[in-house]
Design a protein around this ligand. Structure first.
Ligand SMILES: Cc1cc2nc3c(=O)[nH]c(=O)nc-3n(C[C@H](O)[C@H](O)[C@H](O)COP(=O)(O)OP(=O)(O)OC[C@H]3O[C@@H](n4cnc5c(N)ncnc54)[C@H](O)[C@@H]3O)c2cc1C
Length: 548
């Protein structure tokens, strides 16, 4: 006999942890969470600077590799994802950014009633405990997720911000408030020098409740259907040789496996493009071509300057004495480079003044690295810092498709980055703006010379070649279980999978369009809003009404 719970959630990531917390608030409701990875015990998860290690750490990272991109010089770009309690929020760069008001209004205009900015703002406020600047109209003060602003004044960051301001970019005290545009220190999910993940903020408190059951090392391999109704999930513990086990959902199954894994699990379970499923001998439960389509992500490139003062993380990595000093500072005051992931400040700007909102984020890193190799991030062996323009409105769209019926095999992840001229032009504008910032008097006490790409890279064509060669995914993939109405969508605006019953998806995969900002906050908001809808529908008995 399979165990039965009211709700079975697949994936304890940014969205899954919130769902587990909110759905179990009523002691009479039982919740089971299946997480493929281990508990989030590893110290590098919790030390903010451990980011550089967890970026490639097998065991807590799916460490996917994208299919070679036709417009990125045939390169296969690395695609990390968290595989532990907290999911990607346990290995991410800590930046807390909701995106722009207009992002959510656009979602609503695409047919997603209830997802406009005024609708999602209460969920953003509910989830956060903002410490620091921000108007109460926009910011929450009592939620689970602590959001702080970098609490030490770094001379290089100050110079970066002064440089940006001297070009007319305004200082913005709260980019998660009324407007995003401007330059500021990064807001972060870090408290007292420790990571705040969806696990530490939402799951751990919920795990104290007897009605919450979290199974780690539990890799979901398929959804169990009774006709068109999802009634449970199959999973294996301990890899290929593990015993297949089944868990039943009396009310609903909710997929929160993320942008790569949720569409994969749907396809493995017979929901996806019919021709793909047949090709792999999978019985079709529902032919839904949109499952795995609409994959997109921000795309970014890097410019690196050699620095004349030993104030960067590279300097720390090069010197045993500085490491000891940073260790002592961290131990005594929970501050300094070890208390951060190295992304210290940023600017949101428009690549064209005619745009309504920013389409570029210029991130300032207090370090620089050799390419983000699969084998690890290695800081350059010289003092340096990075400015990284990120294109927030990418036009290329790709797919996630199973390569085999083996549920433990990775899917094919095909992005099609740089598919349009705008994808290049925005980044070229961003790279030139980064150079202008670095050339401002405020940064002259720090700048020796540009080392990447170097001043020989000047014309549009040279810049394009550079972006093709060096550009990478900004680690914000979304869209593969697109929410909306119509044949190109997978879930309706209440996140119910079209054509079946008792099954929802709630994670970054449902975003119809990537927001103009980082994606952890919106993913957590999606978990909050989904939980509210699930509870509402269970009251009204509206669980199974399908929009199409
Ligand atoms: C290295 C890195 C840096 C990033 N930096 C930032 C940043 O600074 N700021 C920001 O806002 N965003 C950042 N992001 C992105 C952000 O963290 C993600 O967009 C967000 O966490 C996605 O949430 P999710 O709920 O969709 O999926 P995830 O948080 O990825 O959760 C999915 C969970 O499901 C589990 N799972 C998947 N498949 C199965 C299965 N078959 N069975 C059981 N469990 C399964 C996974 O192991 C995982 O725990 C970063 C991401 C990465 C990888």
């Amino acid at each position: 006999m399979a165990d039965t719970f009211d709700y079975v959630i697949v994936g304890a990531g940014s969205a899954g942890c919130v769902l587990a917390n909110r759905l179990s608030e009523d002691a009479g409701t039982s919740v089971c969470v299946l997480e493929a990875g281990p508990k989030d015990w590893h110290p590098y998860i919790h030390l903010p600077a451990g980011f550089i290690k967890t970026f490639h750490m097998k065991g807590i990272n799916w460490a996917y590799q994208q299919e070679p991109g036709p417009w990125t010089g045939g390169r296969s770009i690395y695609a990390p994802r968290g595989k532990t309690l907290g999911g990607s929020s346990s290995i991410n760069g800590h930046i807390y950014n909701r995106g722009q008001r207009q992002d959510f209004d656009t979602w609503a205009q695409l047919g997603n009633r209830g997802w406009g900015y005024p609708d999602v703002l209460p969920y953003f406020k509910r989830l956060e405990r903002r410490v620091g600047e921000g108007e109460d109209t926009y910011r929450g003060r009592d939620g689970n997720l602590t959001v702080t602003t970098m609490d030490w004044r770094d001379p290089l960051c100050e110079a970066f911000m002064a440089g940006a301001m001297s070009l007319g970019i305004p200082r913005n005290p709260d980019y998660n408030g009324a407007i995003q545009e401007g330059v500021s220190y990064a807001q972060r999910t870090i408290q007292n020098g420790l990571r705040v993940s969806a696990s530490t903020a939402f799951l751990r408190p919920a795990m104290k409740r007897p009605n919450v059951h979290v199974r780690t090392h539990a890799h979901a391999t398929g959804i169990v259907f009774d006709g068109k109704r999802a009634i449970g999930v199959r999973y294996v513990k301990g890899g290929k040789s593990g015993t297949p086990t089944e868990v039943r959902a009396a009310k609903e199954v909710i997929l929160a496996g993320g942008t790569y894994n949720s569409p994969q699990l749907l396809q493995l379970s017979g929901i996806g493009p019919g021709e793909l499923l047949q090709q792999h001998g999978i019985a079709v439960v529902r032919d839904l071509p949109a499952v795995g389509a609409n994959l997109h992500d921000h795309f970014n490139t890097y410019l690196v300057w050699r620095c004349s003062q030993p104030v960067t993380i590279n300097d720390l990595a090069m010197s045993a004495a500085r490491k000891v000093q940073a260790g002592v500072q961290y131990a005594l005051t929970r501050s300094g480079h070890l208390s951060n992931a190295g992304i210290y400040a940023g600017a949101f700007v428009k690549s064209d003044p005619r745009l309504e909102t920013p389409d570029l984020q210029i991130n300032m890193f207090g370090w620089s690295a050799l390419e983000r190799l699969r084998t690890g991030i290695k800081p350059h062996p010289f003092s340096a810092f990075t400015l990284s323009p990120v294109h927030l409105r990418p036009e290329g769209r790709g797919t996630v498709r199973i390569k085999s019926p083996d549920p433990l095999a990775p899917p094919a992840i095909q992005f099609n980055f740089l598919a349009s001229e705008y994808d290049f032009q925005a980044l070229i504008y961003g790279a030139r703006l980064a150079r202008q910032i670095a050339a401002q008097p405020a940064l002259q006490p720090f700048v020796v010379e540009e080392v990447i790409p170097g001043r020989q890279c000047e014309t549009d064509e040279q810049m394009k070649a550079e972006i093709r060669l060096r550009g990478v995914s900004n680690l914000h993939p979304v869209g593969t279980c697109r929410m909306g109405r119509g044949a190109d969508c997978v879930v309706d605006p209440r996140l119910r999978v079209y054509g079946v019953e008792g099954l929802r998806v709630a994670d970054a995969s449902i975003m119809p369009q990537v927001p103009g900002g980082n994606t952890n906050a919106p993913s957590i908001m999606i978990g909050e809003k989904c939980a509210a809808m699930v509870l509402e529908d269970s009251q009204t008995g509206d669980i199974d009404r399908q929009a199409a």
